[in-house]
Structures are given as structure tokens and as C-alpha cells.
Write a new protein. Structure first.
Length: 330
């Protein structure tokens, strides 16, 4: 099982550089950045990180076709592939909270992702000869006018859903379930992916499952878990309904959402039980996170991604992840 760490794109250039240098002290397999509105675009941040990260694979988790055309995804990926010393990957997802930022999603979002992957592969391996799909249309003369990657760029699809996971099973390399730390959902996602793997005559397990969520680690485990509860309260009303292995009373989710809307995070956090917290976040001390990651490894998770804010103090959380959690899992 691989271990990765993910960052929000909300920093000054010098802070990204300092972060990259700190991350490079540790043997994380992958370093990801998010691509959320209205934060910095992901690829410029990755280019900054690439100058200072020597071994970890870099990638974006994940770009939405609603925000970037597949020809731009391909071009940005090709440039990053020339720069990232440890390689790179491209993550694609439907995207969240689009309309509240004035972004109109594609009418057929799942089709848009499938066609995006096909276009990106065709551009980057030089085989594209026009494209006529339900969402995208490219003329026959369209080619990549830049140096092509020497090796195939892995593609990750972000989803909780059965249909999109099946498409990933046909075309992609990984599926990321974002906002989850739940080992019970991994076999469910593996079954979803297997539908596409079978359609494409790929062996079951060809596409790895990535589990990633809010992470707060500190020697003071109770403070870490309290902070994680506040963070989870912001997205639990959305993701709890996506996990078919977790039963949460709708009334409870409504109450949490109402507290959040009134900026009463402490009251919202108080409604989240220990068990529920452990399904949707990595939190506590180093031992807690190691146990959570080991449970995910036991069910065949391909990669665990520790997301922001990492710790009560981010730098300290990153240090604990790098010096205590990561070595225990390697």
C-alpha cells in the first residue's frame, strides 16, 4: 500500500516552496494538491512543488471538466511530466460546489469524464485523429504541439458512484474516494470498479482504490480529534449519504448541517460520535492513524492519502506523519 499526502492550494509562493522542501525530507509515495474553487489553480502550484520534490509522484486530485477542457488537462500534464522528478498523475472528478461558484457543470458529467480521458490519452500518445463525442468534438487536425511524455501518465478518477467507478475500471489507473477513511467501503468500490474492468477485459484489481480524508494528528489525541470533528462537520451531511455501509439518521445530518449554517461548529462537532468520526477522517495520535491505515491495507486499499490540515499545527502534523506514521506503514 502506498502512502500520500495532499495539500490545499491556499498559500503564498514562498510557503509552497517551504512546504515542498519539508515534504521532500520524507518518503511519501505521492504528493497531491486539491483543485477546489476558489483556490489557486492546481498545475501552477504543482510546478512550484516540482522544483523541490525529488522522489514523490506529484498529481492533482482532482480537476473537473467543468473547469478545464481536456486539451488543457493534457497540455498541463505534459508540461508537469517534463518537470516532476518523481513522475506525475492526473486526477479527474465531477467537482463539488460548482454552481455556488458560478460554474456550470456539463449536462452529462460522467460522459464528460469518460471523453476527457479518451482525449487526453489520444493527445499524449499521439494517436488522436479527431474526436466526435456526446460532449466534446475535436477536428481531425488537432494534435499536441508540445513534447509528449515518454511514459503513459496515470489517471485517477475521483468518485463514490457506481457508474463513474465502472468507467474508471475500463480506462483509469486509480479511483479516489474523497472524504472517507472507512475500510468497509473499499470492497464496495472494488466491486463497482470490477464492472468496468470486466468490460475492458482487464484483470480484477487493475485499478487501485485510494482512500483520502481530512487528517489531524497530534500527540494530544483528544485535541486532534476535536479539531477533526469540526472539519468533518462541514462535509459529513454530503458524504454520509454516499457511503452505503454507514447508517446515519437523516435527522442527525440535518441538525449538523443547521449548526454549520449558523457557524456553530462546536455544536455540530458534538453530534459526531467516535465511530462516525473514524469513518470519515484520520484523527488522533500517530498510533491512531497507523491503526486506521492498517485497517485499510487489510482490505486491499492501494493508497491512503492524508489530507489537510494534517495537524493542529500543520507543520507539526506533517512532521508526525513523516517521522512516525509513514515509517510504520512502509
Amino acid at each position: 500500500m502506498k502512502i500520500s499526502i495532499a495539500f490545499q492550494t491556499d498559500k503564498a509562493p514562498q510557503d509552497y516552496i517551504a512546504l515542498a522542501k519539508q515534504v521532500n525530507d520524507y518518503a511519501f509515495d505521492v504528493v497531491s494538491v486539491y483543485s477546489d474553487a476558489p483556490y489557486h489553480a492546481s498545475f501552477p502550484v504543482l510546478m512550484l512543488l516540482a522544483q523541490h520534490i525529488t522522489t514523490s509522484r506529484l498529481g492533482v486530485a482532482a480537476v473537473s471538466p467543468a473547469r478545464m477542457h481536456p486539451i488543457d488537462m493534457a497540455a498541463n500534464s505534459a508540461l508537469l511530466a517534463q518537470t516532476a522528478q518523481g513522475g506525475m498523475y492526473l486526477g479527474i472528478a465531477r467537482g463539488a460546489w460548482l454552481t455556488e461558484h458560478g460554474i456550470t457543470p456539463p449536462i452529462k458529467p460522467i460522459t464528460a469524464i469518460k471523453e476527457s480521458i479518451q482525449i487526453i490519452y489520444g493527445l499524449l500518445d499521439g494517436t488522436l485523429n479527431g474526436f466526435s463525442g456526446d460532449v466534446y468534438h475535436l477536428a481531425e487536425h488537432v494534435r499536441a504541439p508540445y513534447p509528449l511524455p515518454e511514459t503513459k501518465i496515470p489517471i485517477l478518477v475521483g468518485t463514490w458512484g457506481k457508474k463513474l467507478a465502472a468507467i474508471a475500471g475500463e480506462l483509469a489507473d486509480e479511483v479516489k474516494v474523497g472524504g472517507s477513511a472507512n475500510p468497509d467501503f473499499v470492497p464496495v468500490m472494488q466491486d463497482y470498479i470490477a464492472i468496468g474492468e470486466e468490460r475492458a477485459n482487464r484483470p480484477r484489481g487493475s485499478v487501485g482504490v485510494v482512500i483520502g480524508a481530512v487528517t489531524v494528528v497530534d500527540d494530544d489525541r483528544e485535541q486532534a480529534r476535536a479539531m477533526a470533528r469540526r472539519s468533518v462537520a462541514l462535509y459529513l451531511p454530503v458524504v454520509a449519504g454516499l457511503d452505503s455501509t454507514v447508517t446515519v439518521e437523516p435527522e442527525l445530518l440535518t441538525r449538523i448541517e443547521q449548526h454549520v449554517q449558523h457557524q456553530a461548529l462546536e455544536q455540530a462537532a458534538d453530534l459526531i460520535s467516535d465511530d462516525l468520526l473514524d469513518k470519515f477522517a484520520f484523527s488522533g495520535n500517530a498510533k491512531d492513524l497507523i491503526q486506521q491505515a492498517e485497517a485499510l491495507r487489510d482490505v486491499g486499499t492501494a493508497r491512503v492519502e492524508f489530507g489537510t490540515p494534517h495537524g493542529i499545527q500543520s507543520a507539526e502534523g506533517l512532521r508526525i506523519l513523516g517521522e512516525q506514521v509513514l515509517p510504520a506503514l512502509c
